[in-house]
Design a protein around this ligand. Structure first.
Ligand code: HEC
Length: 120
């Protein structure tokens, strides 16, 4: 799809999407959200897991242009991306940053993180 977009239209399309208001999602599982928040904010020192907020921002809105927004993202998408980084089927992350991070995450941790960022 991207190959069909003329080069001089890319910026306008990006500006359109950037101007959309993101909306926080709901979660029916506050315990899961709290577990995700803890990892997002503090990482897990024992596992050398860095805090997600260090790169994606404390509010999950991302730090541009390198670190994408996670706030409000669909949970299934976040889990699928983390699993793909872990499995090394997604390899476009510079310096394997996310492959390294996701490689340390269990499925339960991915689920908790996805629940949390969905609510941001
Ligand atoms: C050292 C910086 C860094 C840290 C820490 C970090 N990330 Fe990332 N993350 C990135 C970068 C850079 C990308 C963009 C990778 C790419 O271009 O494919 C990214 C991409 C992602 C994506 C894919 C977003 C999308 O729209 O497809 C997800 C999901 C994600 N990170 C979740 C997390 C979670 C959860 C944590 C904490 C466990 C975390 N990240 C910690 C740098 C980081």
């Amino acid at each position: 799809m991207a190959a069909m977009i003329p080069r001089n239209k890319i910026r306008a399309i990006a500006l359109y999407f950037a101007s959309q208001k993101g909306a926080p999602g709901q979660s029916a599982n506050p315990k899961l959200v709290a577990a995700g928040r803890k990892l997002f904010m503090g990482g897990k020192i024992a596992d050398h897991l860095p805090a997600c907020m260090a790169c994606h921002g404390a509010t999950g809105r991302g730090l541009l242009p390198w670190f994408p927004r996670l706030a409000g993202q669909h949970q299934a998408y976040v889990i699928a991306q983390l699993q793909a980084f872990k499995d090394k089927t997604r390899t476009n992350d510079p310096h394997a940053i996310m492959r390294t991070v996701a490689g340390k995450l269990s499925t339960a941790q991915m689920t908790a993180l996805a629940a949390y960022v969905h609510t941001l």
